[in-house]
Design a protein around this ligand. Structure first.
Ligand code: ADP
Ligand code: MG
Length: 485
């Protein structure tokens, strides 16, 4: 935790709390039967409830409640068997009801925890304060007409989970790690797709600064930041702004701000509203939400293996370093791909191939783990060819590239190109003898003590053998030949 903002008065610590809005994956909205599919034509998925028609009554969607409970369980959080919906009153053009149905005093999920891993290998537990269910608003479209704004109500009434963290985060890196980990858990659970570009996951970033050991100072909230990178940038920009105010003798006012990625600065949007501004009161159209423990237990029993548990298993079962295991479990599909490759094989070799050449090929070709540049079966077959000494590691890279290019299985490529490893002692000795004969000066240098030249000889022999020599046998033959003299 060495991250500080250096001011003229010395270092300042940064305090960060995140409020994440995560759109629930469900067929229908939180209180209506309208569909939720992303990208549908404007206003094609709007019921009378969503449009705020008078007299329409909300009916809670059990599937959305189950998703919130499953998310709470995935965050190791308390599940509140009784929760309640309130009306949060405000006027907004894309909020036709004139209020948002949300949970204020009694959320469905209480305190939980998210464990984050940092670049230095350490981990930290970040407190989750609560998770509550609420409706999303519609969308105002300002770019469809030169002088008018249009409103699309497709999103109005879609279920959101607001997940609030404790002010436990201290650095932009930690905030980024928190969001990545939360997104990973949500995706494993299938409760939110975590797509920040499409807005199905959005973060409000609360930032304050203080001197070490002080109580928390006033925070500002940077609203609706839509990428992890921008969250990290917004924290730094906002913290610097606040340090400037305090050191200039001013006072940071609590307010809501926006981050402008183009200018790399935050700017004021409105002064911060307080709870009483919203005139919260229990929604008279909805009964308190009461869950049975047995139903919660059933949902708990149906949860998938989550990233932390999977990472611990990968470390124990496959003897992987924590970092590699962490990379492999970040996405469930990647973890599954790795396990298919590793099954019955050298797991560390499999992990190296997946996180190394395979990831690189995926990036380079723009393919995804769902549509990989090389199938798990073919990558496994390639590793088999290394393990049974059919090819050496260097040639394997060449074969892999050919697999990416042609889509052919490794065995066929090795045969077609004649890439089998040479283990024949006669062939290796001949190559060694030729290289030593052609480099008499270097041989003399080596023998008078320049050990470092050994690598040069290995390279030359391999080159003479078109890369196909068995590395262990080549080393052995070279050592023997160079020792004589
Ligand atoms: P509100 O609903 O008004 O936004 P909350 O109490 O729900 O207020 O807090 C919102 C977020 O602000 C939480 O994530 C919390 O961790 C964070 N937070 C609270 N105090 C501070 C502070 N002094 N500095 C930074 N973040 C803070
Ligand atoms: Mg807030």
């Amino acid at each position: 935790m060495s991250y500080v903002i250096e001011g003229s008065s010395g270092p300042w610590e940064v305090v960060i709390g995140l409020e994440v809005h995560a759109q629930v994956i469900s067929q229908a909205k939180l209180f209506s039967g309208a569909a939720t599919e992303f990208g549908a034509p404007p206003n094609s998925q709007v019921s009378f409830v969503d449009a705020g028609f008078p007299g329409m009554l909300p009916v809670i969607n059990r599937a959305c409640v189950a998703q919130a409970v499953r998310t709470g369980l995935g965050l190791a959080a308390e599940i509140n068997l009784t929760s309640r919906f309130d009306r949060k009153n405000y006027f907004y053009a894309d909020l036709p009801q004139g209020y948002q149905i949300s949970q204020f005093a009694h959320p469905i999920v209480g305190k939980g925890v998210i464990t984050i891993a940092l670049a230095d290998g350490s981990t930290r537990e970040i407190g989750v304060t609560r998770l509550h269910l609420e409706q999303d608003a519609g969308k105002s479209l300002h770019d469809q007409h030169p002088s008018k704004s249009y409103i699309d109500l497709n999103r109005a009434g879609v279920a959101l989970m607001e997940i609030v963290s404790e002010p436990d985060l201290r650095t932009p890196e930690e905030a980024g790690a928190y969001l990545r980990k939360l997104r990973s858990i949500l995706r494993y659970l299938g409760t939110c797709d975590g797509n920040m570009e499409e807005g199905s996951m959005r973060a409000d970033v609360n930032v304050s600064v203080r001197k070490a050991g002080e109580a928390f100072r006033t925070r500002c909230e940077v609203k609706n930041v839509n990428s992890i990178r921008f969250v990290m940038q917004a924290i730094e920009a906002e913290a610097k702004r606040q340090v400037g105010i305090w050191e200039g003798g001013g006072i940071v006012e609590q307010e809501t701000r926006l981050y402008d990625p183009g200018r790399g600065e935050t700017r004021s949007m409105r002064s911060k509203e307080d709870a009483h501004d919203y005139r919260y009161f229990p929604d008279p159209d909805l009964l308190p939400l009461v869950l049975e423990q047995a139903w919660v237990d059933e949902l708990a029993a149906g949860l998938p293996e989550l990233p932390d548990a999977k990472q611990a298993r990968f470390i124990a079962e496959y003897a992987l370093p924590a970092y590699d295991a962490g990379v492999l479990v970040a996405e469930q599909a990647t973890a599954d791909f790795f396990e298919t490759v590793a099954r019955g094989r050298d797991a560390r070799l499999a992990a190296n191939w997946v996180t190394g050449d395979f990831f690189a090929a995926m990036n380079r070709t723009g393919r995804s783990i769902e549509n990989p540049p090389v199938s798990a079966a073919d990558l496994g077959a390639l590793i088999d060819l290394i393990s049974d000494n059919t090819i050496n590691g260097r040639i394997a890279k060449e074969v892999f590239e050919a697999m990416v290019e042609t889509g052919q299985p490794p065995g066929a490529i090795v045969e077609a190109k004649g890439l089998r490893q040479v283990t024949d002692a006669g062939a290796i000795d001949a190559a060694v003898a030729a290289v030593l004969a052609g480099n008499a000066d270097k041989v003399a240098e080596y023998r008078s003590g320049r050990d470092k030249l050994f690598g040069f000889f290995v390279g030359q022999v391999m080159k003479a053998m078109a890369g196909k020599g068995n590395p262990a046998l080549v080393n052995e033959a070279l050592k023997k030949a160079l020792a004589v003299g």
